[in-house]
Write a protein that binds this ligand. Structure first.
Ligand code: PLP
Length: 392
């Protein structure tokens, strides 16, 4: 087994698929320091610029003073503090669901929901481009897993109609993490009602960004839907919310079922209450700072306009995730490296994260970017595209 590891790592390296971790210094921001050099970064999911916000830092310090640094136990023993409880109530109210439950991470939330609700006799219907955590959870649940072509509700309906008895659960990213496009929420809810299925919406990238006051994709014009008791809404708190963690919002019966049976909720230490305390402050900023979303959307439009003449195409996306498709993994890495030499960080995303032949630069924008940052990125991309060395 051990010699196999060496061999496989070597192959990975040869194929240009070996990944490296950049060691950053200082806080997450549009400018990060790596190896003593300052880079302009388009990498983070800190869409609203809250990860390093002074009010949140102050709340974290107060939270530590008040609650200490560790929860000390799981939620069902005695790690569930008033900070967690208050945040759950606030999140339920904010997203318009009867109840909400905090998880330590989005990955664990997806694991918990899917394995608690679906088992051997059930069927899970999953969009082909779903996040890895949804796929892994579906496999772990032992339910029958049926994948449908990306956002194809006609194909999904065929599969729903053909499936026999057993519970049905449809799982999908609300905003697709590597493409930036939005799931067809309204038709999905309609299909789930028609075929007696539940719908798990993973809004890791929509919460805080889309919908009035940043309430998430269910409140965006793309969805603009009434809530259905069939909808289970999951969002992370480490992206636009700028902190850490995740929550699930749903009908009381769903939340109570998760408290009783979701293993990734029960058998793990509660997240530090100071984080929940900080997230209450984050929620205030999300709800009240509409200017953050307004500015973000101006930056997105500016980027689209400036990259329009490039030979590489931006994927159709109206979210802060703006993927520029390059094609081959090696070439995407080459463009990413060329930008890095110019002091700009944009990650190259390759298989297996995205389908082979669609390697891309995943440009993510934050309200903390300035127009000048966008112009600089566009100029450098045009220069790289014009150079012969790209195909070398
Ligand atoms: C980031 C992400 C997750 C995982 O959330 P974490 O809180 O980072 O564990 C789940 N689903 C999607 C779509 C994501 O982008």
């Amino acid at each position: 087994m051990f010699s196999d590891l060496t061999e496989r790592l070597h192959i990975r390296e040869q194929q240009g698929l070996k990944r490296h971790r950049a060691v950053t210094e200082g806080p997450q921001s549009t400018h990060v320091v790596i190896d003593d050099r300052v880079y302009l970064s388009f990498c983070s999911n800190d869409y609203l610029g809250l990860a390093n916000h002074p009010e949140l830092i102050q709340a974290a310090c107060q939270g530590a003073q008040h609650y200490g640094v560790g929860a000390g136990a799981s939620h069902l023993i005695n790690g569930h503090s008033v900070a967690h409880h208050t945040l759950e109530r606030a999140l339920a109210k904010f997203t318009g669901f009867p109840a909400a439950l905090l998880f330590s991470t989005g990955y664990m939330a997806n694991m918990g929901v899917i394995t608690a609700l679906a088992g051997r006799n059930d069927v899970i219907f999953a969009d082909k481009l779903n996040h890895a955590s949804l796929n892994e959870a579906a496999l772990l649940s032992r339910a029958k897993l049926i994948r449908y072509p990306h956002c194809d509700t006609v194909a999904l309906e065929r599969r729903l109609a053909a499936s026999g008895s057993g519970g049905k659960l449809v799982i999908t990213d609300a905003v697709f993490s590597m493409d930036g496009d939005i799931a067809p929420i309204r038709p999905l809810i309609r299909l789930c009602e028609q075929y007696d299925a539940m719908l798990l919406l993973d809004d890791a990238h929509g919460f805080g960004v889309l919908g009035g006051k940043g309430r998430g994709t269910l409140f965006s014009p793309a969805a603009e839907t009434r809530h259905s008791p069939r909808v289970i809404y999951m969002a992370t708190l480490g992206k636009a919310a700028g902190v850490f963690g995740a929550f699930v919002a749903a009908a009381d019966e769903v939340i109570e079922t998760l408290i009783q049976t979701a293993k990734s909720y029960i058998y793990t230490t509660a997240s530090p209450p100071l984080l929940a305390h900080t997230l209450l402050k984050s929620l205030e900023r999300i709800e009240n700072d509409s200017w953050r979303r307004d500015k973000l959307y101006q930056l997105i439009e500016l980027l689209k306009a400036k990259l329009q003449p490039l030979k590489w195409r931006l994927m159709p996306s109206d979210t802060p995730i703006q993927p520029l498709v390059i094609g081959e993994a090696r070439e995407a890495v080459h463009v990413s490296n060329a930008l890095k030499e110019k002091g700009i960080l944009v990650p190259a995303i390759r298989q297996p994260t995205v389908p082979r032949g669609t390697a891309r630069l995943r440009i993510s924008l934050s309200v903390a970017h300035e127009e000048a940052d966008i112009l600089r990125l566009a100029d450098e991309l045009h220069e790289i595209a014009a150079g012969d060395d790209v195909y070398g």
